[in-house]
Design a protein around this ligand. Structure first.
Ligand code: BDR
Ligand code: CA
Length: 322
């Protein structure tokens, strides 16, 4: 699956822990005509890497993209065991306990090897969108430290620069699940865009949006509406309103350029890997904000702080069309 000279679409390696908002992100990404998903790796987070691959393959079948290779990542985190996913948020199976029709099977390669291979096949053009813990990316960097030089950009859903965490007061879940992996990803020689809780908590699908999906004729839309039920039930307890936040799909929309942040300084981000209460925090050096965020020499971490246009309505339209 190399990029031919006539194919101008951006090749994407997508790394996910499918997951309800990962489901929205996947459906949205595959609806983009500017980007071509050349491979998907799954990581333990919302569910195990293996279950994430099952969900991804089943969703690919539902959306008619069975030719995209899916590779299972390592079960455990980079330097620690995987402790299981939050069934109260995503359901026991990760897709709101909806039974999906069975899709294909994962490829034999693991996710890190798939990423390394794709980085050679699309040298300099490959973009990574990672919406789960960063385990696979860290393993790939460890196996091949030159990986960073062949990747055009990494966009992650993860972290919180100025906002509170969600897994702990200081840390966002994707980073908190595997802080050592996240630290390796921020240290590597590639540009990283961090789409964190600073923005993702503010973009939502509403109760009415879900009703529209449920009432649509398409099997895909009806299935997504059914999957969303569990997510809405959880977010009702957090937000006090029947809406859900759009963590992973917003990261995809920023990566594809469909959503342009209104404030996203390029600074240095470090990840707290100690064992104290700030474990998993993303420490972004935002001190330049008091003088208009001047360029920081050598900085390569774009931290998305504000997105003005509500993304929910845009996502809904794309889901209805998908
Ligand atoms: C992130 O954690 C996961 O539960 C979601 O899928 C998202 O990637 C939000 O903190
Ligand atoms: Ca996710």
């Amino acid at each position: 699956m190399t990029t031919s000279a006539s194919d101008t679409r951006v090749p994407v390696y997508f790394d996910c822990d499918t997951g309800i908002d990962d489901t929205l992100a996947l459906v949205y990404l595959l609806s983009r005509t500017t980007h071509r998903t050349v491979g998907i790796g799954t990581v333990s987070g919302n569910v195990s890497a293996e279950q994430g691959a099952r969900n991804t393959l089943d969703l690919l079948k539902l959306q008619g993209f069975e030719d995209i290779p899916v590779a299972v990542g390592q079960f455990d985190h980079f330097r620690a065991p995987y402790a299981g996913g939050p069934a109260h948020i995503h359901g026991v199976n990760g897709v709101g306990d909806v039974d999906l029709d069975r899709g294909g099977e994962p490829i034999a390669e693991d996710a890190a090897d798939l990423l390394i291979r794709l980085s050679h096949e699309h040298d300099g053009a490959l973009e990574i969108i990672a919406i789960g813990p960063l385990t696979n990316l860290a393993i790939a960097l460890e196996r091949d430290p030159s990986l960073g030089s062949r990747v055009a950009r990494v966009t992650i859903m993860g972290g919180a620069a100025l906002a509170p965490g969600n897994l702990s007061p200081a840390a966002e879940a994707n980073i908190a699940h595997d802080p050592e992996a996240a630290a390796a990803v921020f240290e590597a020689a590639w540009p990283v865009t961090m789409v964190g809780l600073d923005v993702t908590m503010h973009h939502r699908l509403t109760h009415d949006d879900r009703e529209q999906l449920a009432a649509a004729e398409g099997e895909l839309q009806q299935t997504v509406a059914a999957i969303l039920e569990t997510y809405y039930r959880f977010y009702d307890t957090i937000l006090g309103v029947r809406e859900c936040t759009l963590h992973d799909p917003l990261a995809v929309a920023i990566a594809t350029g469909d959503v342009v942040p209104s404030l996203a300084p390029v600074v240095k981000v470090e990840v707290e890997t100690g064992s104290g209460p700030a474990r998993g925090a993303t420490v972004a050096d935002l001190r330049g904000m008091y003088r208009g965020n001047p360029p920081v020499e050598g900085a390569r971490h774009t931290v998305v702080l504000t997105v003005d246009e509500p993304f929910g309505p845009q996502l809904l339209q794309e889901l209805l069309k998908a």
